[in-house]
Design a protein around this ligand. Structure first.
Ligand code: CKX
Length: 614
């Protein structure tokens, strides 16, 4: 049970939500002296940086960019007198990777996990009608007991350094908005919805978690504000006649207004935007509202110039415009749950989202992207650290599903990215994570994970747990790139034949494929890294996808070039983007656009010839 509600903040007749975003005081703490020197009461610095944002890309010195350890933030806020008698909270959209929160010097919350919200109850510590001091101690060290996984080493000069078991830059900071909340004493803590479709009606099953002794009333309003259904009680079913369904790239949203009464007094109210739709896997198809859907889109990152991983509404807007231009219909939140505003936008634009928990780096290697593709194996889940890691993982699954379960865009949960699955000790770990997701999701959405190259039809011990199978494959890049691409195609087909022979009888989606491409490079005939080669590799991969009817989706890696750590495998970042980091197209964007515009969002029948693999 989560200590507090994760409902997205809103202001209405019963609630107040005020954003504390802006310029906050900021200090690194390489000597871990903050507590000793009284920083919980306030920081001895005039340095300020923006919130939300990663701290790394503002400064001009390398020590700050590469910093690993504790770092502190401070902001002052004023609490209006009118909020007397309310329960007061601070809600952090995310702080990466862990945080301790102090209000007027008193510790009010601790949270581990850098990509999901948490709340601090400040009712006792805060002072009404006065200025209050909010201090956050954050920490960005990577460990094998938290997700995402990695290590932190100490250099000979005494400085710490992150060694991620993943390639995206270990950005850190207060990455999402911080809200000050005033909630009624008796409040709505959570709302859960699930849907069933009938001939000319939909059943909307609901549960409201709220203060005991209260009564609940619900109104479901259509997009014009007309009443579509109403109900009473903390749980029940609303029947919507002739519902307008939420469809892929054809969204329709209702508003569910939940009102809580104490006697005949309105105590609390919460309004949830919702779409009526069902998602299920049947045979080798993914069905949305009973119709097959072929996924076309991207693996993405929250990553942009200057902001790093901080929420940036301009990047959000541009990304959705580009995805629409491409004819895409879906994306995966690789490799962590994104800001809530991303899901709100996907709900409104009709994109399907594979929502991924930050379980990445579960393959012990500093270059796992290369090692695993070439067949390396490790017994990752047999370590001493595994029980603690599992707890962190389950907590993230719980927080992710609590936060995102009502978004119509969320079609599936991805519970791992590229873990080691070839060793028996992975199995009980996986079983627990998969079981927890099923137990928590009121909509029983499909669960999956993204398989790395060494998880093959012959070696993978966990794939049977996935409701649909997600493959990350780099034939033509990490495997047999360049002039060897014809061998890559042959080996790829051999692997796909192996999957067919394994007889899983479920849909497969490519959640990663592609190759690094420098937007500056053109070469005829092509060479690896040139724009011409990116197109040739994609054409080969698509040919193989189209040969197998159980392939029900393709999400290219990556939407845009993104920042990584420095090293011999990366030219200032991962360059597999279809767009540059500044969101301009590479040549491959036009190839994918033409292909995706020719594949309908729903009801695509693959040609029988293609199904034979001819
Ligand atoms: N998959 C062979 C995880 C992503 C990486 C991608 C890459 C790897 C490939 C695994 O986070 O960026 O190396 O480009």
């Amino acid at each position: 049970m989560l200590p507090y509600s994760l409902l997205y903040p809103q202001t209405n007749t019963a609630r107040r939500a005020v954003k504390l975003d802006g310029m906050w005081k900021f200090s690194l703490d390489p000597q871990t002296q903050g507590e000793r020197e009284g920083w919980p009461q306030g920081l001895p610095t005039q340095e300020r940086i923006p919130v939300p944002a990663s701290f790394q890309d503002f400064f001009t010195d390398k020590d700050t960019r590469e910093y690993a350890g504790d770092f502190w933030y401070e902001i002052k806020f004023f609490l209006p007198r009118e909020w007397a008698g309310k329960r007061l909270f601070l809600r952090f959209g995310s702080v990466t990777h862990r945080a301790v929160v102090y209000c007027n010097g008193v510790e009010v919350a601790r949270h581990q996990g850098g990509f999901l919200p948490f709340c601090a109850d400040i009712t006792a510590a805060a002072r009404l009608d006065q200025e209050n001091t909010l201090v956050v101690k954050a920490n960005n060290e990577l460990t094998e007991t938290n997700i995402p996984c990695g290590r932190t080493i100490t250099l000979k000069n005494g400085k710490k350094m992150a060694k991620p078991y993943f390639d995206f830059f270990n950005y850190a900071g207060i990455h999402r908005s911080v809200h000050l909340l005033a909630l009624p004493q008796a409040s709505i803590q959570d709302v859960s919805l699930s849907f069933a479709l009938e001939e000319r009606a939909a059943q909307v099953r609901y549960t409201v978690d709220c203060a005991p002794g209260c009564t609940v009333a619900l109104s479901l309003l259509d997009a014009q504000g007309n009443l579509a259904a109403s109900g009473e009680g903390a749980e029940g079913v609303l029947t919507v006649k002739e519902p307008r369904l939420w469809g892929v790239r054809d969204p329709y949203l209702y508003r569910l207004v939940v009102t809580l009464f104490q006697g005949d007094q309105l105590a609390d109210q919460y309004t949830l935007e919702t779409g009526i739709r069902t998602v299920e896997v049947r045979g080798a198809q993914i069905l949305l509202n009973g119709k097959p859907v072929y996924l076309k889109g991207f693996g993405k990152h929250e990553d942009s110039d200057l902001f790093g991983r901080g929420f940036n509404p301009a990047a959000l807007k541009r990304d959705f415009e580009l995805m629409k231009w491409m004819g895409a219909n879906s994306f995966r939140t690789s490799h962590y749950p994104y800001a809530e505003e991303v899901y709100q936008m996907a709900d409104r634009e009709g994109f399907l989202v594979i929502d991924e928990v930050p379980a990445v780096g579960m393959f012990e290697s500093l270059m796992n992207f290369f090692d695993a593709t070439t067949g390396k194996q490790s017994g990752f889940f047999g370590k001493e650290t595994t029980p603690q890691l599992l707890q962190a993982h389950l907590q993230a699954v719980e927080e992710m599903i609590a936060r995102d379960k009502n978004h119509p865009c969320v079609m599936a949960w991805s519970l791992f990215n590229e873990p080691e699955t070839t060793n028996e000790n992975a199995v009980p770990y996986f079983e627990q994570v998969f079981a927890r997701a099923r137990e928590l999701d009121p909509q029983q959405r499909p669960r999956t994970f993204a398989l790395i190259g060494n998880s093959t039809p012959e070696t993978c011990k966990c794939v049977q747990l996935s409701d649909f199978v997600c493959l990350n494959r780099y034939y033509g890049w990490y495997n047999q790139g360049g002039y060897e691409i014809s061998d890559a195609e042959e080996n790829f087909r051999k692997e796909m034949d192996g999957w067919k022979a394994r007889g899983l009888h479920r849909p497969f989606v490519f959640t990663e494929y592609g190759g690094d491409t420098l937007s500056s490079e053109h070469k005829l005939p092509s060479v690896m890294w040139s724009q011409e080669y990116q197109r040739e590799a994609l054409e080969m991969l698509h040919r193989v996808f189209d040969s197998y009817d159980f392939v029900q989706g393709e999400q290219v890696w990556n939407f845009a070039d993104f920042q990584t750590g420095e090293g011999i495998m990366r030219v200032n970042g991962n360059k597999k983007g279809v767009f540059t980091r500044q969101r301009q197209p590479k040549d491959a964007a036009f190839l994918l656009k033409a292909r995706w515009e020719s594949i309908p969002h729903t009801g695509w029948e693959k040609s029988p010839r293609a199904q034979q693999g001819e």
